[in-house]
Write a protein that binds this ligand. Sequence first.
Ligand SMILES: [Zn+2]
Length: 494
Amino acid sequence: MLSVTFSATLDGAQGSVVRLQAATENALPQICLTGLPNAVIRESRERVRACLVQLGFEVPSRRIVVNLSPASTPKQGSQLDLAMALSCLAAEQKVDCKMLEGFGALGELTLDGNLQPIAFALPLIEALENLPNIHTILLPSGNAAEALLAGASKVRLASHLSEILDFFQNKRDLPRPQNLPPPAGKQNPPPKLFETIVGQSVAKRALQIALAGRHHLLLLGPPGVGKSLLAQSAVELLPDLEPSEMLELMRVYALCPGVQPPSGRPFRCPHHSASAAAILGGGNARIAPGEVSLAHRGVLFLDELPEFKKDVLEGLREPLEGREVFIRRVGQAHRLPADFTLIAAMNPCPCGHALGSSGRCTCSLGQRSQYLKRISGPLADRFDLVVVLSRPRVGMGVASVSDAEAMRRSILRLWKADNHGARPRSFLCETAELNTEDGKWFGEAMEKQQLSMRKARKWLSVARTISALEESTSVTRQHLTEAHAFVANVLPDT
Ligand SMILES: [Zn+2]
């Protein structure tokens, strides 16, 4: 007897459908697997056999061959247990083969028949949900949350194999995932950290512009001036996650079992000793998202930027430019989203006192230039705003709540208007927004300062954010002047 069921395995960052075909042969009773199963799946033969015997089935009574197709791609994970058990039962005619048509099954079995929740459930459910010839997906009750998140309409839940057999043999219904109650009045908490930052009005303004326009920001200053605090307060000022953004984020976090997904916009601050794989993503048999993807739709904070490894700094250019990252494996490139706002902080020199500090710098010129050179030109070019922080003087005020609230509202307004989406625009079209006089002034300034096209565009783009924050209908010289203060790079030029 030949039976067919469907399940799924993880292929890079996505789920891939596996078709299980089982056939019996007159030979010694055993379950044979073909189709590149990994060690976990090979072990599941024993789990499935022991579990079926516990439930009173004499399976296998003959030799059962289970083929996992496509046979040429490697399969991994214990989520194939349930589909394999159903295939074996159908091959042995304990369940009607015809009834299994159009069913997908995901779930790990214990020896007493309980269905354990599976890892990486979200991409696997989505893979089965998108296959048109599947009408029902059988899933462990413990994965109901992921089914809801995926908006899966085909899912039926069970917590024991006997419930599924009841469903097939006695037509007993299986429950669908129930909608979770909406979170009670979820609102952003008040921006507490931001309120504690003393002075630094220029840096706060830079932060507002950076967050509103999704620009990358570099904070330069001596130790202890509040660079980390400013960066940490950034997520407090950002709008709530949209449901579609939440789903994107859950897809990324679904690939990292053990890493708790954030309840709001992510804030990631990896240590400077982290490897390129930890920051950019890696993994062998399965893809492990890096910090750039875990910070998707949020803020990535790199403190002590020059201390990061050279390959990390070089590798950052790809996600900063394209807002996505490719994890390359033999013959394949897996795409992961990495749309974050980068906030980086660094001292102006190795001792930290070269700029804006009351202490005296003890570094030689050579040491200083060596230190700054670690941020290579092309990476430095990715920062839209650079701001120099100095020590706050006694008597400087902290931000009041209304300041922070007003800032948050202005950022939300710009995000809603989406003036700064990734729509490609030609440089000529952008300069056309300036009136004739300001356009001439801008052109002359470009020539005088010998600005590269990239830097000029960056200048204009920051000016456009400032103009939108001011609710102005056009970009004026005043906006350009303010933007210039942040864009005029203090780092070595390329
Ligand atoms: Zn120094």
